[in-house]
Design a protein around this ligand. Structure first.
Ligand SMILES: Nc1ncnc2c1ncn2[C@@H]1O[C@H](COP(=O)(O)OP(=O)(O)OP(=O)(O)O)[C@@H](O)[C@H]1O
Ligand SMILES: [Mg+2]
Length: 301
């Protein structure tokens, strides 16, 4: 039997604004097995961050989960927990590296104080020396030099700040790390370093990873499986290799085709608005997924 760390079933999220209700996530389902890295990829506005926030119940008004289940460790439905019960699983079972998290570090606090705050909010650690050692080890784990312990965020580069955020998220050894575009706004070399840091952490701590992003090339190097999202729907799920070598859904085909090749110069392809709305119009809340080969699913209309 598969042991799922996370099983998302028919999740729906709306933003009910005064103007209109935006259906940001329209009944998506996916699961993550123990030790697995799942990539969630899709264009801007497709609902990736909304999905992550809904899983952790961190949606802000007017965001609201209007349907579905989020089952943790084949056991608890996160959507039914009280705020108190939720606090117990956040960080210890599920931790989030938010989109743009490196800019959310408190500029007035030293790195050690910020990491300590997070740890102490969830775990008792009365021995100051023990806590400091624990934090130094965490910094080492993400490849940062010891001096970072006493530094302020403005003294660090973007890549270093991002690694501090990874250290914070990993500090209580969660079963699942969710990283929302952890490498955007970094140069390509630093992107690779940060991506590798995440993979190293995942291996060392034996956690699962949900990685959200746009960069299919980077995703190909990180994820075991990938889920492709457009307009609030997941349209294809499969192993990275299957989805790259035989994309089934029209949107995935366009996405894969947009990857540049160093062997062959080809015109830059973009999805035109007409094709995009044709794809969106075909998808509807009753869209089902069908299995094309074992474990490779595609949306049918
Ligand atoms: N607070 C909000 N109020 C109203 N609509 C919102 C709000 N937050 C997000 N949305 C809408 O929900 C949809 C999904 O947004 P979301 O941020 O989840 O996309 P995303 O896939 O993470 O995009 P990106 O790749 O740019 O980060 C978009 O149409 C967005 O406009
Ligand atoms: Mg986002």
């Amino acid at each position: 039997m598969n042991s799922y760390v996370l099983d998302v079933r028919k999740l729906k999220v709306d933003y009910a604004t005064s103007m209109k209700t935006i259906q940001a996530v329209k009944g998506i389902s996916f699961s993550i097995q123990k030790g697995e890295t799942l990539g969630l990829i899709g264009e801007s506005g497709s609902g990736k961050t909304t999905t992550a926030m809904a899983i952790l119940r961190l949606l802000q008004n007017p965001g609201r989960v209007v349907g579905g289940e989020v089952i943790l460790n084949s056991d608890i439905d996160l959507l039914t927990l009280s705020e108190r019960e939720l606090r117990k699983v956040r960080w210890t079972e599920l931790a989030l590296i938010t989109q743009g998290s490196m800019n959310s570090l408190n500029p007035t606090m030293r790195v050690c104080e910020q990491i300590a705050d997070g740890i102490l909010a969830h775990k008792e650690m009365n021995d100051k020396n023990e806590l400091n050692e624990y934090i130094k080890n965490l910094l080492k784990l993400v490849g940062l030099p010891e001096r970072v312990f006493n530094q302020f965020p403005h003294e660090l580069s973007g890549g270093m700040k991002q690694r501090v955020c990874i250290a914070m998220a990993a500090s209580l050894n969660p079963s699942l790390l969710i990283a929302d575009e952890p490498t955007s706004a970094l140069d390509v070399i630093t992107q690779r370093i940060v991506a590798q840091t995440l993979l190293d952490i995942k291996e060392r701590l034996n956690t699962s990873l949900l990685i959200i992003g746009h960069d299919i090339g980077l995703m190909a190097q990180m994820a075991d499986r990938v889920a492709v999202m457009i307009d609030g729907f997941i349209v294809e799920v499969g192993t990275m290799q299957e989805v790259l070598s035989s994309p089934e859904h029209q949107y995935t085909q366009i996405l894969v085709d947009s990857m540049p090749s160093i062997k062959r110069r080809k015109p830059l392809t973009a999805i035109d608005e007409r094709t995009r709305s044709e794809i969106s119009n075909k998808l509807c809340v009753s869209s089902e997924m069908t299995e094309v080969t074992t474990g490779h699913w595609v949306a049918v209309n």
